[in-house]
Design a binder for this molecule. Structure first.
Ligand code: ATP
Ligand code: MG
Length: 426
C-alpha cells in the first residue's frame, strides 16, 4: 500500500463533528457585528512580503521567525498572511476606502505563523478581526472594546475573561520613554535574560513582557511608561476609561502590556483567561494611528482587534458552554424499507421542507433493515424518526416515532405528517 500523506504539523482539519461549534461561534460574532453596523471585507491569503515587513516591523517575532515566505515563480517574494491588519489597510488604500470617510470593517479567515505547535497555538489558525478607520477619538476605542464585552456576554464568557488595558502614548512620547528605558536597562544589561539583551538593541519595549523572573524584578525599578505620557494621550485614555466605567466594563491597567507589533500607539488591550494555560489571550488589539501612513497612505487614525477562534472554541468546550441545540444538526430522520419506499421517502422529505422550511430533514439512503436504520436515526441526533414500510406505503401513511421525548409513536396520513410534527414535537 502507498504511504499515506498527512497534514502539515500545526495545520488542523476541522472535522464535521466540530463544525457546528465553529458555526455557532462565527454565527454569534456575525450577529454581533451586524448589530453594530460593521461591514465585511475579504482579503487574499497571500501578499507581498514587503507589506508585512513594513507594517508589523522587522524586529518582531512574527517577521523574524514566524512568516511563511516563498518566492513566486516569477521571483516575487510572497508571504502567507500572519495577521489581517496589514492586508486590510493595503486593501482599503488600494480601493480608496480611507479617503475622507470612516470605515468599520471585519474579516475572518486563516492566518499562518511558523510557531511551535501546542494547545492553543498552531501554524494555521483562524482569526476574526475588526478594523476601524478615520476616527481619532477614544469613543471608537471604547466601542470596539464594548463590542467584545458584549460578545463574551452572548457566549456566557463574561466571568471567564479579564480585560487588560494600557496606553502606549503618542509615537513621540513612546520614543522618549524608549530612550529612558534603554538607558536604565543598558546599565544593567548583564542582569537581563538572553532574549531581553537582544531585544534591548532591537525592540526594547518588548523587554517589558519578558517572562524571566530576574528581568521582571529588575523592571520594578525601571522608568514607567505612564510617566512619559503626553497630555493628549492621557486625555484620550481618560475618556476611554470613563466610558468603560460608565458601561460597567471592568479592566486592569497593565503598564507592561506593550503588544508584539510595532504599529500600536495609545490604546492597547488584551482579553485574557486563566483557563487555557499559557495560551490565555483570546482577543488582542489597540490603536494604530501611524500604520496607514507607514504603508504609503495619508495619516489615518485606526483602531482594531483580532480574536483567536481556536482559543475561543477551546474555552467554550473546556467550560461546557456550547448549547446542546448547537450540536444537534437534525430534526427528522426518515427510514424507508421495501418496494417503493425510497421514492416515497424522498418526496416526503421535500414535502416537510416545503411546509416547514426550518425543519432539518435527512432521508436514509443506501438500504438496510428497520433495525439498522433506527440505529442510524438514533445516532444522527434527530428528534424523531419517520418510518415508511410496506403497510405505510400501501395505506398512504407514515409512522412517526419520538426518539427522545414523550410523544411516543403514531401513524398518520402522509399529508398530515408535517402538521403533526409541528404540533406535537416542535
Ligand atoms: P501570543 O502572545 O499568544 O503569541 P500574539 O500577540 O502573537 O499572541 P496577535 O498577533 O495579537 O497574537 O493575534 C491575536 C490573537 O490571535 C491572539 O490573541 C490569539 O488569540 C490568536 N493567535 C495568535 N497566534 C496564534 C497561533 N499561533 N495559534 C492560535 N491562535 C493564535
Ligand atoms: Mg505570537
Amino acid at each position: 500500500m502507498a504511504k499515506k500523506i498527512q497534514a502539515i504539523r500545526g495545520m488542523n482539519d476541522i472535522l464535521p463533528e466540530q463544525s457546528p461549534v465553529w458555526q455557532y461561534l462565527e454565527g454569534t460574532v456575525k450577529e454581533l457585528l451586524a448589530s453594530y453596523g460593521y461591514d465585511e471585507i475579504r482579503m487574499p491569503i497571500v501578499e507581498q512580503t514587503a507589506l508585512f515587513k513594513r507594517s508589523i516591523g522587522e524586529v518582531t517575532d512574527i517577521v523574524e521567525k514566524e512568516m511563511y515566505t516563498f518566492d513566486d515563480r516569477n521571483g516575487d517574494s510572497l508571504t502567507l498572511r500572519p495577521e489581517g491588519t496589514a492586508s486590510c489597510v493595503r486593501a482599503c488604500e488600494e480601493h480608496g476606502l480611507l479617503y475622507n470617510q470612516t470605515q468599520r470593517l471585519w474579516y475572518t479567515g486563516p492566518m499562518f505563523r511558523h510557531e511551535r505547535p501546542q494547545k492553543g497555538r498552531y501554524r494555521q489558525f483562524y482569526q476574526i478581526g475588526v478594523e476601524t478607520f478615520g476616527m481619532p477619538t477614544a469613543d471608537i476605542d471604547a466601542e470596539v472594546i464594548l463590542m467584545t464585552a458584549r460578545l463574551w456576554k452572548m457566549l456566557g464568557l463574561t466571568d471567564q475573561v479579564t480585560l487588560q488595558l494600557n496606553t502606549l502614548g503618542s509615537n513621540e512620547a513612546r520614543a522618549q520613554y524608549r530612550d529612558a528605558l534603554v538607558e536604565f536597562l543598558g546599565a544593567r544589561k548583564d542582569q537581563l535574560d538572553e532574549d531581553s539583551q537582544r531585544r534591548l538593541d532591537t525592540n526594547p519595549l518588548r523587554v517589558l513582557d519578558s517572562k524571566d523572573p530576574a528581568t521582571q524584578a529588575l523592571l520594578a525599578d525601571a522608568p514607567q511608561l505612564h510617566e512619559y505620557l503626553d497630555d493628549e494621550s492621557r486625555e484620550h485614555f481618560d475618556l476611554l476609561r470613563s466610558i468603560l466605567d460608565a458601561a460597567g466594563v471592568q479592566y486592569e491597567i497593565n503598564q507592561r502590556l506593550v503588544r508584539g507589533l510595532d504599529y500600536y500607539c495609545k490604546t492597547v488591550f488584551e482579553w485574557v483567561t486563566d483557563k487555557l494555560g499559557a495560551q490565555g489571550t483570546v482577543c488582542a488589539g489597540g490603536r494604530y494611528d501611524g500604520l496607514v501612513e507607514q504603508l504609503g497612505g495619508k495619516p489615518t487614525p485606526a483602531v482594531g482587534f483580532a480574536m483567536g477562534v481556536e482559543r475561543l472554541i477551546l474555552l467554550l468546550e473546556t467550560l461546557e458552554l456550547i448549547p446542546q441545540e448547537v450540536l444537534n444538526t437534525l430534526d427528522v430522520y426518515i427510514c424507508p424499507v421495501g418496494e417503493g419506499s425510497a421514492r416515497a421517502a424522498l418526496l416526503l422529505a421535500d414535502q416537510l421542507r416545503d411546509e416547514h422550511s426550518w425543519l432539518r430533514v435527512q432521508t436514509h439512503c443506501g438500504g438496510g433493515s428497520f433495525k439498522s436504520q433506527m440505529k442510524k436515526a438514533d445516532k444522527s441526533g434527530a428528534r424523531i424518526a419517520l418510518l415508511l414500510g410496506e403497510d405505510e406505503i400501501n395505506n398512504g401513511t407514515v409512522t412517526i416515532k419520538d426518539l427522545r421525548g414523550e410523544a411516543g409513536q403514531e401513524t398518520v396520513a402522509v399529508s398530515d405528517a408535517g402538521d403533526w410534527i409541528a404540533r406535537e414535537i416542535f
